[in-house]
Design a protein around this ligand. Structure first.
Ligand code: ADP
Ligand code: GLC
Length: 488
């Protein structure tokens, strides 16, 4: 199959969260299964063109947006060969430091234009390359209009008409809802501005329109797929997702173990494995030194790596932390950025608890790996979690996750059984400061009082395999079904 993957993020070029990890790895896994894949990304100002060895590929690509003809250029990454990555260069839209927002986390007001343009340009690029896809696979609201354009503008196009449109939703809370003033520019039709397609209380909902037009829609874990068919986690889209019937389902994300594995992690001082944890001890020491924690192998370190947004439950952790630190002998290693109140709280915590809490407020790929490797426990008490990757990385690093049983956290972490010592982590149901306190306490007491169980869980966790191959096969099945439906 020929698959065109359209996304606003992809490692190693542009990342704010797990979407980038997924789009960096899934195409490689699909290529490994024998499929031909291309990835299309915006050329953001923050992408280091020299480092990634981008080369010009098309000087001029004309893209009709409503009545406006926009001209852009296209670059290509020659990096790792198997999966070409194309970058749409349009400085008016993408020559900025942020992907979606400025340094104060204010959304760029022209985001609907930027990403409608990007989605349309991606399809135009396929046409200009004469690259006939079987599958156009769009990710999140930023690319969702690509599957709409496919049906609205390319339904009888000899190059694109046969392609099935797939939409993967990584987070239903981000739907791309904006005023109607951008609608004409997007080139979408007013006949589709109605409540079951793009209209949302008088505004335009780009994700909803994408759901309508996609041949298949999926999200990134089976439990989140179920959770979003009704109730608050659907963020208002339950009726539209339910209407898809069996054309909406959950496929669990995989992990790129080439990047996230203690056996070959370039940021760790020594490689390690379940049979030889000396490297984990070295990573713990490095982490304690890096974040000015007391260097002590006997105290459990609890890691947190997260975007600071409401979804992640870190405000609730904040309400439990003083009690945890008063009652338990533990250390915290925190890495995150986003919400300014949380940034201030966690930033100041290190000064309040010197040697016991270390925090870096900002973005650091290197530190995220050192926290995975050097911590003993990993705290991820999300209100909701479509999949979550850090808890899966944690398993492989023998860093036992403490999670709320929701979405992908429920699907990937197995509850500790205190009788047998089986399980890979510590789960709780309802998000409250008490539940965080109790579950952290349970994990910490396991560290001190049942070390044999802790060691057995670590071994079990490290043996879990969430590699992309299985998930990629599920995507291939999804593609096949979508194509079968399109047969006359
Ligand atoms: P989400 O996509 O909702 O943020 P995931 O768990 O799926 O959650 O993925 C988060 C990804 O982003 C992980 O690869 C994680 O290491 C990374 N990440 C999050 N915050 C930071 C940060 N401040 N610095 C470095 N990496 C981060
Ligand atoms: C989103 C979700 C996260 C998921 C990631 C990759 O950012 O919040 O749970 O792991 O996408 O699919």
């Amino acid at each position: 199959m020929k698959i065109a993957m359209i996304s606003s993020e992809c490692v190693p070029y542009a990342k704010t969260g797990g979407l980038a990890d997924v789009v960096g790895a899934l195409p490689q896994a699909l290529a490994g299964l024998g499929h031909e894949v291309v990835v299309i990304l915006p050329l953001y100002g923050c992408i280091d063109q020299e480092k990634h060895r981008l080369s010009p590929c098309m000087e001029q690509l004309g893209v009709w947006m409503g009545n406006t003809l926009e001209w852009c250029a296209v670059h290509q990454a020659t990096g790792d060969g198997k999966v070409p990555v194309y970058f749409i260069e349009h400085n008016k839209y993408f020559q900025r430091d942020g992907l979606y927002h400025d340094a104060w986390f204010n959304d760029y007001p022209d985001n609907p234009r930027r990403f409608a343009f990007f989605s349309r340009a991606a399809l135009q690029l396929l046409r200009d390359l004469y690259w006939m896809p079987d599958i156009v696979h769009a990710h999140d609201w930023q690319a969702a209009t690509a599957v709409a354009y496919l049906k609205v503008w390319h339904w009888n196009d000899p190059l694109l008409a046969k392609a099935a449109g797939i939409l993967t939703i990584h987070n239903l809370a981000y739907q791309g809802v904006y005023g109607t003033e951008h609608y004409d520019y997007s080139g979408l039709r007013w006949e589709h501005f109605k409540p079951d397609i793009f209209e949302d209380h008088g505004r335009v909902n780009y994700l909803k329109g994408g759901i309508h037009f996609a041949d298949r829609v999926n999200t990134v874990s089976p439990t989140y797929a179920k959770e979003t068919l009704s109730g608050p986690l659907s963020c208002g889209l339950a009726p539209f997702l339910s209407a898809k019937g069996d054309r909406y389902l959950g496929i669990l994300n995989g992990v790129d173990y080439a990047r996230w594995s203690p056996g070959n992690d370039r940021y760790l001082p020594l490689p390690y494995s379940a049979d030889d944890l000396a490297g984990k001890a070295a990573a713990k020491e490095l982490l304690q030194r890096t974040l000015a924690l007391a260097v002590d192998p006997t105290v459990p370190v609890i890691g947190i790596v997260s975007r600071f947004v409401a979804q992640k439950g870190l405000d609730v952790v904040a309400s439990a932390l003083d009690r945890i630190l008063a009652d338990m002998v533990v250390q915290f290693a925190v890495l995150g950025a986003g919400d300014k109140v949380l940034e201030q709280y966690y930033g100041a915590l290190a000064a309040r608890y010197p040697g016991r809490v270390g925090a870096y407020i900002g973005y650091s790929d290197e530190l995220s790996h050192i926290i995975e490797g050097g911590s003993d426990l990993f705290l991820m008490p999300s209100q909701y979690e479509p999949c979550g990757l850090n808890q899966i990385y944690s398993l492989r690093y023998g860093t036992l996750p403490i999670v709320r049983a929701t979405g992908g956290l429920e699907d990937t972490v197995e509850q500790y059984d205190e009788k047998t010592g089986a399980g890979t982590g510590f789960k709780f149901q309802y998000l409250s400061p008490e539940a965080v306190y109790d579950t952290v306490g349970w994990a910490v007491s396991t560290w001190y009082d049942r070390p044999a169980h802790f060691a057995a869980m670590r071994r079990e966790a490290m043996a879990k395999d969430f590699s992309w191959e299985e998930s990629a096969k599920r995507y291939v099945e999804l593609y096949r079904r979508a194509l079968e439906d399109k047969k006359p």
